[in-house]
Design a protein around this ligand. Sequence first.
Ligand code: GTP
Ligand code: MG
Length: 321
Amino acid sequence: MKLQKITTDSLSTRAGLAKAITWVESKRADHQQNARDLLSEVMDKTGKAIRIGITGVPGVGKSTFIDNFGSLLTSMGHKVAVLAVDPTSRRSGGSILGDKTRMDQLSVDQNAFIRPSPAGDTLGGVARKTRETLLMCEAAGYDIILVETVGVGQSETVVADMVDLFLVLMLPNAGDELQGIKKGVLEVADIIAVNKCDIDEKAALRAARHYKNALHIMTPADPSWLPPVATISGESGIGLEQLWETIKKHETTTKQSGSHHKRRSEQQLRWMDSLISDSLMTAFTHHSGVEAILEDVKNRVAKGQLPASKAADLLMAKFRD
Ligand SMILES: Nc1nc2c(ncn2[C@@H]2O[C@H](COP(=O)(O)OP(=O)(O)OP(=O)(O)O)[C@@H](O)[C@H]2O)c(=O)[nH]1
Ligand SMILES: [Mg+2]
């Protein structure tokens, strides 16, 4: 695949942005390098958006919510990018955001940009691509980034680690156990929204109380922000404007308390660490001396003939040669 060189200017068009993301998602090292070069050039144009992560069990109404909430935001003059992290998606155009029929308003909105989950063999790979795509979207002028994920494995933690605010959508009529809610999700939630309140308002309020109580007995991740619980209907639009007000309040509160800055700095540093680990691992496994004995050493460790610590020492010594 031959890709034309993209400049900072070309990010101002949708086609240019889409092409830059193709570079980010490409398996080829030179394409990835081009994407990184472009990112360094546009770095000062990034970081200004509100980054929002969204999760919830299948059927909770994520797509419907994003379609209506995103349209509300564009009607206020915002530019909205919608990304997804789906570690089960092996090829591009995977399950989440694959069916655009559920986002029929936003998919034809000139002020919205929807990108399905990148394909990837590992969650780490998908996360890297999504982070870089997020920055490209910011450089292209999108001021609100929505990152959708499903509750598969560690994907929620990974998304929570690339956004300013993590929104968890819940169903009104089911307990935690039925919703398969892992405690970890409540720990990373900045706002909980009980969705589909149009069906049964009382049930929605009851569920909201339940989550408020659950949150009260937990130590908030951010001392300046006790996660509120909203009741909304992504379909009919109930509570969406109020939810937006709450999101803006989260932004001002955390900016004032310093936790917004702290969270982003820590995310950047963790990201750098993980990129270093990845490239060290790649360099390690491709090192000719290591490659020559790696399989044999692994076999011996697996059979219990060689202690793992001894094996690691042996391989590292080869690597340093
Ligand atoms: N009554 C009501 N129904 C809703 C609401 N939001 C979504 N639905 C319905 O719930 C079903 C699932 O909605 P989706 O938006 O596809 O849910 P999702 O979370 O994206 O589902 P997955 O993509 O499978 O994870 C659809 O039939 C929607 O029409 C809502 O606020 N109220
Ligand atoms: Mg969906």
